[in-house]
Design a protein around this ligand. Structure first.
Ligand code: PLP
Length: 387
């Protein structure tokens, strides 16, 4: 790729960090399944590689690509989204510091704060991120990070990234945005003032439900260096094959996201008209409280849809009645998934301020034929209503 030319998202997704292999001309970066590298004399490293925890060529290709597609300076790939989050917290915080977290977030992120970071000495407070004044009011002198998820998992809440970047700046804190639900194709937090983007690359970035991974992308080289030091020191790196699978997924991220968005819009249309459904949560709906903000900062409204059935029994029945939507955790793959957050992905938030409604159903709308997805949902909603 010509470094002086500005390239579009899909071109970067396919080429950034992925020049043909200099040794063989292979157009796809090889899987460097290797732990160590021959040195040409002590300290004489070929290509800068000495040991694969510190750096590995397949992982480097992924890290460069991640930085480019997020519009960042440095990308780092981890063994999972939570490994990336843990590394970030240890790198940027000390015991005694304070973090503002979303009032609605992935249950595993909440568990990391409540069960791992807090015993280590980190204080945190959940705040409703859709309310900028409430976030400002939650800031303390010790606040080091404002942690944002937008849209949120599983309630699809939306936070105004640019406005919260202003709050973080005034507080002398860093703005961290978990961009897993939107993906960089739909939303670029660093351009809106965020300091670090977090991903569970397990989701849309990988896109095929075949790999677990995480990423951090920074807006500055200095922050990138600090996080890279901790990545190497803590060691939760992505392995070469996982990095390769993730890179392979990224190549089609743009075309997949377009289809996720259009299929989700069709599903939302069905759900909003269906008498068995009490409420549909989707940022693309004009009545959604975050709709205007989402329209401003996102290129599309994404493939995640949640809805409420009015009772836990009805929600569970829908989840167990679909055939094409597979009952399962995770999200962002090509195949459609359905789940009950209260009993599945967010069970770890039970009894906490982040507990989710018991009648909630979450869909990860895949890229199958829309008509087939609609037929499957319509039948499951009918079955749930009959019992
Ligand atoms: N952030 C969000 C929004 C998630 O949905 C998840 C997982 O579901 C994570 C982070 C954690 O990522 P991982 O499961 O790859 O550790």
């Amino acid at each position: 790729m010509d470094k002086d030319v500005h390239h579009g998202f899909d071109t970067l997704a396919i080429h950034a960090g992925q020049e043909p292999d200099p040794a063989t001309g292979a157009v796809v970066p090889p899987i460097y399944q290797v732990s160590t590298y021959k040195q040409d004399g002590i300290g004489g490293l070929r290509g800068g590689y000495e040991y694969s925890r510190s750096a590995n060529p397949t992982r480097t290709a992924l890290e460069v690509c991640l930085a480019e597609i997020e519009g960042g300076v440095r990308g780092l790939a981890f063994a999972s989204g939570l490994a990336a989050e843990d590394t970030l917290l240890r790198a940027l915080c000390r015991p005694g510091d304070h973090v503002i977290i979303p009032g609605d977030a992935y249950g595993g992120t909440y568990r990391l704060f409540a069960k791992v970071a807090e015993p280590w000495g980190l204080a945190f407070d959940p705040a409703p991120l859709g309310d900028v004044a409430a976030v400002r009011a939650a800031v303390r002198p010790e606040t080091k990070i404002i942690w944002v998820e937008t849209p949120t998992n599983p309630l699809l809440g939306v936070a105004d990234i640019a406005a919260l970047a202003g709050v973080a700046r005034d507080a002398g804190a860093l703005l961290v945005v978990d961009n897993t639900f939107a993906s960089p194709y739909l939303q670029r937090p660093l351009a809106l003032g965020a300091d670090v983007v977090v991903h569970s690359t397990t989701k849309y970035i990988g896109g095929h439900s075949d790999v677990v991974g995480g990423a951090l992308i920074t807006s500055s080289a200095e922050l990138g260096e600090r996080l890279a030091f901790h990545q190497n020191s803590m060691g939760a790196v992505a392995g070469p094959f996982d990095a390769w699978l993730t890179l392979r997924g990224i190549k089609t991220l743009g075309v997949r996201m377009d289809r996720h968005c259009s299929n989700a819009a069709a599903v939302v249309k069905l759900l909003t008209r269906h008498e068995a459904v009490r409420e549909v949560l989707y940022p693309g709906l004009p009545a959604h409280p975050g709709h205007e903000t989402a329209a401003k900062q996102m290129k599309g409204f994404g493939g995640m849809v949640s809805f409420r059935m009015g009772s836990e029994e009805a929600a569970v029945r829908v989840c167990e009645s679909t055939k094409l939507f597979t009952l399962g955790e995770s999200l962002g793959g090509v195949e459609s998934l359905i789940e009950h957050p209260g009993r599945m992905t967010h069970a770890s938030a039970a009894g906490s301020p982040l507990e989710v409604p018991a009648d909630l159903v979450r869909l990860s709308v895949g890229i199958e034929d829309a008509d087939d997805l609609l037929r499957d949902l319509e039948r499951a909603l009918g079955a749930a209503a009959i019992v």
